[in-house]
Design a protein around this ligand. Structure first.
Ligand code: IMP
Length: 431
């Protein structure tokens, strides 16, 4: 029996989903992105070569895998074309194995300009976005103003709608934010060329996934960002503008929720966050610095240093529940190797001793104090370890502690960037 598996991040993104999707892709016929855009950054190491993918599913590196961008993904024409080109330069014929939903909304240059202008005008209230136009593009989708890829094939109508939208955006840019407008003629040229370039890849993705289902193919749904960046359930307003939880896999592709068989939640063995917003377990000391250095914690998309802290089992438990996580993947365990003791946040406490009431929004989190359990570190290298038998007992205790706190089994432990640096504790995800 084929399996449909969703992989989602459980925290603030950058959990190492790209490596896991790449690894699991060996066993599937199709990999599908369902939300976000080129704000995501998946670093994959293949034969010692680093590749960063932002938009195209990590499965593209496997010749037998068909890749899809579902309707929930917002598409920057420039970013998509340049990523296809970069893959082609690496000898990967992305066009032969990539399809894009006709219902994907476009990210226009004016969305990028609005994102940047809004952030600049927000001062200390800024979100710390990736500056890729993601928020404004989703705003236009919800306001039913978006230009969707399929619209481009009735060019005269599309042209008029693009000009109208650019007129509205330019009004905001010039009159409200007092910055330069975008060049409408140039934008039309870029989009009309994009429409021609991309036409063979545009498809009904909901129908394509149904086709795979009828053939009994394994399908992998690749989440971007993480649960705490979810527009509804995350640390609002310091979130991204899409549904990052497993439910997003259905609405963002047109695949029915009952067809999902397994959800893998990916978390690092510690926490990181890029951008602004409260981060309950953030460390400002030498341990935080050590995690950042050993974990090479710099954003794959913007190069910004990531904030680091202890694993937060309260936030992860919420993520596990709201995505109905079937099993966990714990990444970067080796980053903790040099620590004498390791902490996990097990509870949040309010200043007056009241219990946390479950508000993960910025206002709810700002006042909480994290409560920790402390465990002995292992002070031994687990880097590139590929078998549970080779893990020090303290590291195994750590894995068990995470399983107990979240009440979910850990199916995969990752101990390095390479495909081989992985402990598969459960090999039956697709069987
Ligand atoms: P936006 O998605 O560019 O609007 O950014 C909103 C928030 O999400 C910011 O805090 C970003 O740093 C964060 N964010 C967006 N994409 C990623 C990602 O792929 N990894 C980590 N953080 C992200």
């Amino acid at each position: 029996m084929a399996k449909n598996v969703v992989v989602v991040g459980m925290a603030w993104g950058d959990e190492g989903k790209g490596k896991i999707v790449d690894l699991l892709a060996e066993q599937v016929a199709a990999v599908v992105r369902f939300q976000g855009g080129h704000n995501a950054g998946h670093t994959i190491v293949v034969e010692n070569e680093k590749l960063v993918l932002h938009l195209i599913p990590s499965g593209i590196l496997h010749e037998h895998v068909q890749c899809y961008l579902g309707n929930g993904v917002v598409i920057s024409p420039q970013a998509l074309l340049s990523e296809i080109k970069r893959l082609e330069e690496h000898g990967i014929n992305a066009r032969a194995r990539l399809c894009i939903s006709h219902a994907c909304p476009l990210i226009l240059s004016s969305h990028v300009a609005l994102d940047k202008a809004r952030e600049a005008a927000s001062g200390t209230e800024k979100i710390g976005t990736t500056g890729r136009g993601i928020g404004p593009a989703y705003e236009d989708k919800m306001a039913r103003r978006s230009i969707r890829i399929g619209d481009l094939y009735q060019w005269e109508t599309a042209k008029e709608r693009i000009l109208n939208l650019l007129g509205y955006h330019n009004f905001l840019l010039e009159q409200y934010y007092q910055v330069d407008p975008v060049d409408a003629d140039l934008e039309l040229e870029v989009i009309s060329q994009f429409a021609v370039d991309i036409k063979p890849l545009v498809k009904d993705i909901s129908a394509a996934l149904q086709w795979h289902r009828e053939r009994d193919d394994n399908i992998l749904f690749e989440g971007a960002q993480g649960a705490m960046l979810d527009i509804d359930q995350g640390t609002f307003p310091y979130v991204t503008s899409s549904s990052t939880s497993a439910a997003g896999a259905c609405v963002g592709t047109g695949f029915g929720p009952r067809y999902i068989d397994h959800v893998v939640g990916v978390t690092k063995a510690y926490s990181t966050r890029v951008g602004e917003g409260t981060f309950p377990t953030e460390l400002h000391d030498d341990v935080g610095k050590q995690l950042a250095e050993r974990g090479a914690e710099f954003g794959a998309t913007t190069g910004r240093p990531r904030r680091c802290g202890w694993l937060d089992a309260v936030a992860l438990k919420r993520a596990a529940q709201m995505s109905s996580i079937s099993s966990l993947c714990l990444t970067k365990l080796d980053v903790l190797d040099a620590l004498e003791s390791v902490r996990i946040c097990t509870d949040y406490e309010l200043p007056n001793g009241q219990p946390f009431r479950g508000d993960f929004g910025e206002r709810g989190l700002r006042e909480i104090k994290p409560i920790y359990t402390e465990m002995e570190g292992w002070l031994e290298s687990t880097a590139d370890c590929a078998s549970s038998d080779d893990l020090p007992v303290e590291a195994i205790n750590f894995v068990h502690c995470v399983e107990d706190l979240l009440n979910v089994p850990v199916s995969i432990v990752s101990t390095g960037a390479q495909r081989e640096s992985t402990i598969m504790r459960d090999d039956t995800l697709f069987s």
